[in-house]
Design a protein around this ligand. Structure first.
Ligand code: AMP
Length: 278
């Protein structure tokens, strides 16, 4: 595996080939969820680039940018084992040579749900994703459904842009979970044993909303299941455009949730089907 720590090193490792390039952006502290996205990229591309970059622009003051887990050596081992071709692990000045400025706007959806709780997060996320796409010019990118609102915004970004004259194909990988149902996350390592039990109620809450006969019943089931020690930030049922569903909604909807367990912020989501009983 080529480890490119600068733009120059990356450009050098990509310029020699004309093959279909797959790209998986991450912030590192890799787990099985990340590795599953990498397998999907490998199945859909000839050369796979993974990036590890903790993007300061998508963290607000008071968030965990400084303490976000940075474990590059063990990540490199995992990527080697996975057969990744190129790791791009740049420093902040490589990505923001002219200062940390937002260049992409997430619009209205960028200030809802995650965006409301984390102002500026999605502008920062889109800014770095756009920069990485400009640098790597991938044919196909793989993102995780775990970050459903991010997926929707990336979809909108690539619908309006080309990179190196090419459209980007987006593949969305399913959320990998631990046996308990807890969605895998780099932030799970912050959880104590007792906090982990509280965190496990998040996915249980989502699953308890399966087969509800109304949006209200779905929300009520989830709220009743989530451990009261999980401090809920939002729990909503949205349609495919991320609009909250109305009381008469029937069909497939996405339940999205964010909460804090101790000082760790966790998000999850799950597709449910709402059908009024005949
Ligand atoms: P992150 O390193 O948290 O920025 O995540 C990098 C990519 O991995 C994003 O596309 C995430 O949605 C995805 N991801 C994070 N957790 C999981 C998971 N449990 N299963 C599948 N993909 C995930």
């Amino acid at each position: 595996m080529i480890v490119a720590r600068t733009l120059e090193e990356l450009t050098h490792s990509l310029s020699k080939n004309e093959r279909r390039v797959g790209f998986v952006p991450t912030m590192g502290a890799l787990h099985e969820g990340h590795l599953s996205l990498i397998s999907m990229a490998q199945a859909n591309a000839d050369l796979v680039v993974v990036s590890i970059f903790v993007n300061p622009l998508q963290f607000s003051a008071g968030e965990d940018f400084d303490k976000y887990p940075r474990v590059l050596e063990s990540d490199i081992e995992k990527l080697e084992t996975a057969g990744v071709d190129v790791l791009f692990a740049p420093g902040v000045p490589d990505i923001y040579p002219n200062g940390q400025e937002v260049s992409e706007q997430a619009g209205e959806l960028g200030s809802k749900f995650e965006g409301q709780m984390r102002p500026g997060h999605f502008d920062g996320m889109l800014t770095v994703v756009n920069k990485l796409f400009e640098i790597i010019q991938p044919d196909v990118v793989v993102f995780g459904q775990k970050d459903a609102q991010q997926v929707e915004l990336v979809k909108r970004l690539i619908a309006k842009k080309t990179y190196g004259g090419k459209n980007v194909e987006l593949i969305v990988g399913p959320t990998l979970r631990e046996a308990s149902g807890l969605a895998m996350s780099s932030r799970n390592r912050y959880l104590s044993a007792s906090e982990k039990i509280v965190a496990e109620s998040i996915s249980q809450a989502l699953f308890s909303a399966d087969h509800s006969n109304s949006a209200q019943a779905a929300i009520a089931a989830a709220r009743a299941t989530i451990n009261p020690e999980a401090r809920l930030e939002y729990l909503e049922l949205v349609d495919e455009h991320f609009e909250p569903v109305g009381p008469d909604f029937q069909g497939d909807a996405l339940m999205i949730v964010a909460c804090k367990v101790g000082s760790t912020r966790l998000i999850d989501n799950h597709r449910i089907h709402i059908e009024r009983e005949a």
